[in-house]
Design a protein around this ligand. Structure first.
Ligand SMILES: [Zn+2]
Length: 312
């Protein structure tokens, strides 16, 4: 095996023990070798339970402390299988599917694992798109189109940023936005599109300030209703996302969690041409150990009293 397993057989061969999984995570957690979080000493003993004990101050550190795996009672071997399975699902992963494939005892565990893994999908999307991009908004969660400026009840507004590549789409970014006012749109665009890029939009006045932000701006359609006659690449993405939410997740995604699903969609879409599924596996695990741990409590805080098992 090189950087990542190429198939299920390689996964099982290389990650059949806790020690093997820990070794794999080690280089991202401590790229320059072990460092004690307390005294910054660089030498350690590896204890039989997998903990690292600082040779100077004696502090014991777990390889998964401070990662999305922190506090898990399940073996890393199971987590690695979950990551593999999640990256192999072309149409996205459902909690029920994960529960079945891993034989997890509860739906809630599977649901939590998926949410943690979704958070590990966010990080690679931090760089900004360049070249020519199409930008438009779409409503998710409601039927038909809506009017800008008026809040559409039961719907969430999402900004779609799609990079042109030949006649098709390069990479995308998706941002949940609270309204289509200039300030909101500009903030989202500044986060996702590099300066100097060319931005194509419709004639909505919320986009009028793009030139002053250092972008080249082209209005390719004057009408300004959302959801009808969208810019072609954005329109395509909007349909794909809605089909995905309606299919894999059966339309049961709560508005509070939509942002994480958009991250998952973006992660998969931008890697759809990756030669190997293993590359996604590698990226996800890499992100999993360098982001902050997301405790289940934090995830469910935004559920507003609804039980997760009814939502996904
Ligand atoms: Zn120490």
């Amino acid at each position: 095996m090189e950087l990542y397993p190429k198939n299920l057989e390689e996964l099982e061969q290389n990650f059949s023990t806790e020690e093997a999984c820990r070794r794999y995570l080690f280089e991202w957690r401590w790229p320059d070798g072990f460092v004690c979080p307390d005294c910054h000493h660089k030498e350690s003993w590896v204890l039989s339970d997998g903990l690292f004990k600082c040779k100077s101050c004696g502090r014991k550190t777990s390889i998964i402390a401070g990662t999305i795996f922190e506090g898990t009672r399940k073996p890393l071997v199971s987590w690695f299988r979950a990551v593999w399975w999640v990256t192999c699902q072309k149409n996205g992963a459902s909690a029920l599917g994960l529960k079945r494939i891993l034989g997890l005892g509860s739906y809630q565990t599977a649901w939590t694992w998926l949410h943690k893994l979704r958070r590990a999908m966010v990080r690679p999307e931090q760089d900004r798109l360049t070249g020519t991009v199409q930008v438009d908004e779409t409503f998710i969660g409601g039927a038909k189109s809506g009017k800008r400026g008026r809040g559409a009840e039961g719907k969430v507004l999402v900004l779609i940023i799609a990079q042109e590549k030949g006649k098709g789409t390069g990479r995308i970014r998706l941002r949940r936005i609270s309204n289509a006012k200039a300030k909101t749109l500009e903030t989202a665009i500044k986060e996702t599109v590099g300066e100097g890029a060319k931005i194509k939009t419709d004639g909505w006045k919320g986009y009028n300030g793009l030139k002053t932000l250092g972008y080249e701006h082209e209005v390719i359609r004057q009408t300004e209703d959302i959801g009808v006659n969208l810019l072609p690449l954005c329109h395509q993405e909007a349909s794909l996302i809605k089909r995905w939410l309606g299919g894999t997740h059966q339309g049961a995604v709560s508005h509070e969690h939509l942002g994480y699903y958009l991250d998952e969609y973006t992660f998969r879409f931008n890697r759809r041409t990756s030669r190997s599924r293993g590359m996604l596996f590698y990226r996800l695990l890499q992100n999993a150990v360098i982001i902050d741990p997301t405790k289940y409590k934090e995830i469910t805080l935004s559920v507003r009293g609804r039980k997760p098992n009814h939502k996904m």
